[in-house]
Design a protein around this ligand. Structure first.
Ligand SMILES: *Cc1c(COP(=O)(O)O)cnc(C)c1O
Length: 364
């Protein structure tokens, strides 16, 4: 099935940034994608229009009850000017998993993929080409029905906006200091921790603020029941290298099933490195540090790909990991994934899709 998505081009294109040292998510492109939902028509009226503010009734349910989900993925420009996207189908699948958890009607996955491709092609001149830069793609759904009753909305908007992002590691990959959070929790099993929904991030701001004030860059979240098992680091999944084995928390229902997480696991398996998805207690990590088997730790997510952890602060004890420098495995994984994303390395997993530039001509 092919979809025709009408395009209204902007009559006043914005100047593109000359440098890419801007803060994450501050520079947006010229266009956006919109799709509407109401109970009578279902999802309807897909369109690409100039990037612009949207008008919503103050009673729109999203403002009051947080019925909303989002995704995050990237498009890259290769040295030979091909446009690549990294595993968009994983994001689209997860978007619908989040939708189901938030009682939002399923989106047509083929239409979403087509929308992702078309909006990126329409704004293809915005994709930066310097090493480390990319076009960040933010699909999201909001509940728009103007009714204050607590019930699933009967109206929604699905939108895709695009943001030019600079290199996460303009100054090189430097391991970060992490505060193991003793007081606040991010999510609990049975809640919405495994959905990419706004409330999880609002709930995490306080802990992040307090950790920042103490001089740490992120928090390490422990589970909400036992306050013992490791869940995520900031809004990233987390991996530890213990001896020769890599461990990461199992998908227990309260953590997010990261696309980067799944890619790292697949890559490690491909390399013959033992990897375990299981419950990991903070005590196990402290013990591994004491006995010298905690070799490396890193977070994974679309924005940074790999974020090495240089130290963990837990109950007034500071555990320095790998002398505080980026570990060998962290670097190897980072180079492999970013190499595949940018079309520099062979992609044995079929992760990358190339956008056919020929299709772009239709719109001009
Ligand atoms: C988005 C996200 C991740 C990382 O997922 P990726 O698909 O790898 O970007 C991890 N944890 C949380 C809470 C997230 O929101």
């Amino acid at each position: 099935m092919t979809y025709t998505i009408p395009v209204e081009l902007t009559s006043s294109p914005k100047p593109k940034p000359a440098h890419h040292n801007q803060a994450f998510g501050t520079v947006f492109t010229d266009h956006m994608f919109i799709l509407d939902y109401d109970a009578e028509q279902g999802w309807h009226d897909p369109r690409i229009v100039p990037y612009q503010p949207i008008q919503l009734d103050p009673a729109a349910k999203v403002f009051h009850y947080g019925q909303t989900v989002f995704e995050g993925l990237k498009a890259y420009l290769t040295e030979d000017r091909r446009i690549l996207m990294f595993r968009p189908n994983k994001n689209i699948e997860r978007l619908n998993l989040s939708n189901r958890r938030l009682s939002i009607p399923d989106l047509d996955e083929e239409l979403v993929l087509e929308a992702l491709k078309q909006i990126v092609l329409v704004d293809r001149d915005w994709i930066p080409s310097e090493p480390g830069t990319s076009l960040y793609i933010r699909p999201f759904v909001i509940a728009t029905e103007p009714v204050l009753g607590v019930a699933p909305s009967l109206q929604y908007k699905f939108m895709i906006i695009l943001s030019v992002v600079g290199s996460y590691y303009a100054e090189g990959i430097n391991p970060v200091g992490i505060y193991v959070e003793p007081k606040y929790v991010r999510a609990v099993v049975g809640g919405v921790g495994n959905a990419k929904t706004a409330g999880n991030y609002a709930a995490g701001l306080k802990a992040q603020d307090e950790a920042t004030a103490k001089g740490y860059s992120q928090v390490l979240w422990l589970d909400g029941v036992h306050r013992k098992y490791i869940e995520e680091v900031g809004s990233m999944n987390v991996f530890f290298k213990l001896g020769d084995t890599v461990v990461t928390p199992a998908l227990n229902g309260s953590i997010l099933d990261g696309v980067t997480r799944s890619s790292v696991i697949q890559l490690l398996q491909h390399w013959g490195i033992p990897v375990e998805e299981r419950a990991i207690s903070i005590d196990e990590i402290i013990e591994a540090h004491r006995s010298g088997t905690l070799v490396e730790a890193f977070g994974t997510g679309t924005a940074a790909v790999i974020s090495p952890i240089g130290s963990l602060e837990w109950q007034d004890e500071k555990l320095v990991i790998g002398q505080g420098v980026t570990g060998e495995l962290s670097s190897r994984v980072y180079d492999a994934i970013t190499g595949i994303q940018r079309g520099i390395l062979e992609d044995p997993f079929g992760w990358v899709i190339e956008l056919p530039l020929a299709d772009a001509a239709k719109h001009s």
